[in-house]
Design a protein around this ligand. Structure first.
Ligand code: ZN
Length: 136
């Protein structure tokens, strides 16, 4: 498949820090915070819902492993993120979970997230009902 040939995560064995049968861990480069790790399936998968249950278990085994390693060393907590943005043509299409060590008022908070609290608005009935209908 052409996408796999051009995928930087399908050929990153020299960057792997930890792995199991179905998933692997590398450092994010570039990164948002020190210790920003990427956990991904070894198989090229583009949509998170296309991961098998075994791959999900393998990925989350590694996520929880690295979380326990970095908490208390690189941060006081962690964020786990998975972004599915097919509209981002420049982005890598290989499913990746980000583990970001976090601390109170850390760099990421100071440059970005302190402004996010202004994004929160009260949920209105029409929006709530629309999402409830969508999930039926
Ligand atoms: Zn790939």
């Amino acid at each position: 498949m052409a996408d796999e040939k051009q995928c930087p995560f399908c050929d990153c064995s020299e960057r792997v820090l930890k792995e199991n049968d179905l998933a692997q861990v590398i450092l994010s480069d570039p990164h948002k915070v020190p210790g920003h790790l990427l956990i991904m399936p070894k198989r090229h998968v583009e949509k998170p819902w296309e991961l098998t249950h075994d791959e999900l278990a393998a990925i989350f085994d590694l996520i929880f492993f690295v979380e326990q390693k970095v908490i208390g060393k690189l941060g006081d907590g962690c964020d786990i993120r998975q972004n599915y943005r097919p509209f981002n043509e420049l982005g890598v299409k290989h499913v990746v979970f980000h583990v970001l060590p976090r601390s109170q008022d850390d760099y990421l908070y100071k440059v970005s997230e302190q402004y996010e609290k202004d994004l929160y608005v009260d949920l209105d009935d029409m929006e709530r009902d629309a999402v409830i209908d969508l999930l039926k």
